[in-house]
Design a protein around this ligand. Structure first.
Ligand SMILES: *[C@@H]1O[C@H](CO)[C@@H](O)[C@H](O)[C@H]1NC(C)=O
Ligand SMILES: [Zn+2]
Length: 383
């Protein structure tokens, strides 16, 4: 990912999309006692079943890259069997590999209500890139973006049972489930390959996987009578996590005017989780400080180059969760496992889960949390 000094002209077809209405607030009770927190060892950097397997160099086309891809597949098969897993593959030449075609493999996992056919489901789409940079040798990219992938994996597991309960109840009650946005909303995870430039960031040496996927999905038509015309259209909100997980204070601005409403919801959730004492990271930080920014204020929406660009260019509403000042170890060998602040990784995962639960309107569908999980909360909870 790269910050451009000159604004890049991107056709913001997205402006045509009105803010979604999807959203209903979770109660304090649900946040405190119900929504599952990340499991205690999820993010152990040596043995954590979610994070540790991603903390290896993952250059596109290498054996390690395939191992990490396989880790995602196994995780969804074992932990999230209701999800549908697929890939979108492409190849491209790169500036460092001459005439050789390098393979790029995007990982896609999707779940929508059982009564909905694919073309009628709209998605909350959670996205991170899983490749790591070619240089320097041995580069891990723990914040860039191994940790964001792990945050998303844990977050979707936290809401999965509540989704099942909600959809089961809707079916049991025999609601009229046709052609209603709320009743046809699903969730999707994209782990994209080839985000990093091999040599230096240009339009053709960067975001290989994202460019290929956006182009393909733009052409992938659903059957004629579907709610959504293409696979790209069925993304309601593209939430991109990048450069998260170290302990430095790196505030994230609200980058996009047309999704400012979703930033505000997430910022509100951050402050609620902090005020309820449910975060373990440095309590003095605020990750999303622009909750009160006005809709007609200035948005720096075209300066940050990242995987969302080919989607935004095609009108996909995007919430970009990337700090404006990058981690001090950005693109250095020091962006390794030890650089991560695990309480920060856990808290981001909880925040992502809670945001998704509100987006998918899951209040009332969480069970009491098993007692053991409460011991993870740092201090006494306020009454
Ligand atoms: C994409 O690549 C993966 C990993 O090599 C492979 O398992 C899968 O079958 C490929 N998918 C398609 C649709 O070609
Ligand atoms: Zn990077």
């Amino acid at each position: 990912m790269r910050l451009c000094s000159a604004a890049v002209a991107v056709v913001l077809l997205a402006l045509q999309c009105l803010p979604g209405t999807a959203y209903s607030t979770l109660s304090d009770e649900t946040l405190k006692n119900k929504i599952p927190r990340p499991q205690s060892d999820d993010f152990d950097i040596k043995t954590g079943p979610i994070l540790a397997p991603i903390l290896v160099p993952r250059v596109p086309g290498t054996e390690n890259s395939l191992k990490v891809l396989n880790h995602f597949v196994q995780y969804f098969r074992n932990e999230l069997p209701e999800w549908t897993v697929s890939f979108q593959n492409s190849t491209s030449k790169t500036p460092t590999h001459g005439n050789k075609e390098i393979p790029f493999r995007n990982f896609i996992a999707t779940r929508h209500p059982p009564w909905v056919v694919a073309g009628n489901a709209g998605y909350l789409t959670l996205v991170a890139h899983y490749d790591s940079k070619y240089h320097p040798d041995g580069f891990i990219g723990a914040t860039d973006s191994a940790a964001p992938c792990a945050m998303i994996m844990s977050a979707v597991r936290s809401i999965d049972a509540a989704l099942t309960r909600k959809w089961q109840k809707m079916q049991d009650e025999g609601l009229d489930l046709d052609f209603d946005e709320e009743h046809s909303r699903g969730i999707q995870v994209l782990f994209l390959d080839g985000e990093e430039a091999f040599q230096s960031w240009t339009a053709t040496d960067s975001i290989y996987g994202a460019r290929s996927l956006a182009e393909e999905w733009d052409q992938a038509m659903y059957p004629a009578m579907s709610t959504y015309k293409t696979m790209l259209n069925s993304i309601e909100l593209f939430v991109l996590l990048d450069l998260l997980g170290c302990g430095e204070s790196l505030p994230i601005p609200s980058w996009m005017q047309n999704t400012h409403w979703s930033y505000q919801h997430m910022a509100e959730m951050e402050s609620r989780l902090r005020n309820l004492g449910l975060f373990r990271s440095d309590p003095k930080q605020t990750w999303l400080p622009e909750k009160d920014k006005k809709n007609d204020a200035h948005f720096n929406q075209n300066i940050m180059q990242d995987d969302h660009i080919p989607f935004v260019a095609r009108g996909v509403p995007t919430l970009h969760l990337i700090p404006s000042r990058f981690p001090s170890q950005w693109h250095k060998i020091g962006d390794n496992a030890e650089y991560l602040d695990i309480p920060t990784v856990e808290d981001w995962s909880l925040l992502t889960a809670a945001f998704a639960a509100e987006y998918l309107e899951l209040e009332g569908y969480f069970d009491e949390r098993p007692v053991a999980q409460d011991t993870l909360v740092r201090d006494e909870l306020p009454p």
